[in-house]
Design a protein around this ligand. Sequence first.
Ligand code: K7E
Ligand code: RUQ
Ligand code: CUA
Length: 650
Amino acid sequence: MKNTFKLMVGLLMAGIVMTSCNNQNSSNNKANGALSSSAAEKVYVAPGEHDEYYAFMSGGFSGNLTVYGLPSGRMFKEIPVFSQYPTNGYGYSEETKPMLETSFGFVPWDDSHHPDISQTNGELDGRWIFINGNNTPRIARISLKTFETEEIIEVPNSAGNHSSSFITENTEYVVAGTRFSVPVPQRDMPINEYKGNFKGALSFISVDPEHGHMDLKFQILMPGFNYDLSHPGRGKSHGWFFFTTYNSEEASTLLEVNASQNDKDFIAAINWKKIEEYVNNGGGTMMPTNYAHNVYDEHTHTATSTMKKEVRVVNPTDVPGAVYLLPTPKSPHGCDVDPSGEYIVGNGKLSANLTVHSFTKMLDAIENEKFDGDAYGIPILNFDDVLAGTVEQPGLGPLHTEFDDQGNAYTTFFISSEVVKWKLGSWEVIDRKPTYYSVGHLMIPGGNSRKPFGKYVVAMNKITKDRYLPTGPELEHSAQLYDISGEKMELLYDFPTHGEPHYAAAIPASIIKDKTQKIYKLAENQHPRKALSDSDAKIVRDGKNVHVYMTMIRSHFSPDNIEGIKVGDKVFFHITNLEQDFDVPHGFAMIGANNAELLIMPGQTRTLTWEPKQVGVWPFYCTDFCSALHQEMQGYIRVSPADSDIELSW
Ligand code: K7E
Ligand code: RUQ
Ligand code: CUA
């Protein structure tokens, strides 16, 4: 196994794409066979009891966010964000389709990476959770009252929206950084003229404290590096934001060795308060661009998409004292700030040691103007001047670090497949535990805030292999739960996750569970095509468009039997669920409707379209077992030839 690791490091050093298919050792997975019997008790949540934490796991290439309980590992819900979602019709219903509009058109699938929960004074407040769409750059805001996606804003001038979506400690901004530098503005130009022409946009999206509405306030146009992960300053470093970079060579292809030829890349430190002030005084320039801003209105239960036409961009050299580069070995991935705001951990993927920078030292170096040259006019600080310490050879392939409330840090090592616990300040390794297999992110509830809850860590592993009963070639990823309340970590439990969870965020259930919304009040439904009682139900023909204002309640639809629909019509079913009891949705399935069904919550109106192609009498029904008479909840639609003179009737 050791040799395999050496080989892997050799491959990495040679610039070969990171793969870990070789680092399994199936005899090793028995190593955790000797779990203490108390491990079972620690994860056991008795029937009817509730979990202590909500955990929100990124869905990775599913584009969604999944909600789990900790410590049980039970999955409660999948929240659709950047994907059409058959279970409840998100992205299929007319009300939710606008959420997936972009300047590229309707993009109903993305790759989501990093959820982050809103904060007040650096502590989790449980109002919203944000997550990035990586591929077609977007940031979403999800309400933790309704667990629904309420807003999606596209990020222009970006590609591979990866340093995202992390928030400042009063949720002033949700921050997004581009992975790929691209021509800004986009234009037709030779790829090998990358250097000096491609820019890396770091976007600061303000969040309205009352409703959470997002607004792309400014973008900083940085040199053409790749920007990887970011973290906000907190406490003493509030007002700053830190981004790891790689490819400081500005090579246009990373397959060449030259992508990692520099001994050190950088962590970019951004004084966003300073840039905010500059922008508030009219600094920066408005650049024409296109990006979608999609907002779901909680009163009409309907999303609207607006195309924005310009963005304010800031050249960092125009704001002296706002941007610095901290040399960090080599190809840093994670960029993690500890709860005190003093330490900035750069996880250099190809580095033997972990580098930790000191915020205080950084300020001193800035004050004394001790610079080591500059890159494109941005001052570079001296490595030794800002170094707080190094953790010596803690493992291979460090990716991400989280923190507990006792001054400890926990770093994942992808290649050596382990979580390593070490001490902030003394930099000594305290414990290490293997992960099964090849861990990416890890998560401690509140671990990206001033107040972590250091009871559990969840490791999110890239490779599952033999951890569960085999399910053919495609497996779900595997998470592992460790008890970290003692000096040594204790592996408690494995559970599968959906998609690829890059990061996760968790919060004590006590903060949000009593604030969640149980019912949409019918009386507050402002959907323009609602029907609030059976007597409001009606059908209105408008040329070839037929609008059916339908209601549903246990256990019938009104209207149910409809005649006078013709081939070539487009039927809009606007269906209101009249129930006002918690947890009584009804479904709607119309044979051959436009690739979709609906699930409608009490008090809510949803619209599905149907374009009948064949004459006949076609049934519809409720898909959710809602009462003893559920199977009676049905109707028929008579479809006549296009030239028929049968009148609408119901
Ligand atoms: Cu390391 Cu996208 Cu956060 Cu995945 S990234 S592991
Ligand atoms: S919501 S102004 Cu009452 Cu549409 Cu925010
Ligand atoms: Cu309504 Cu089944």
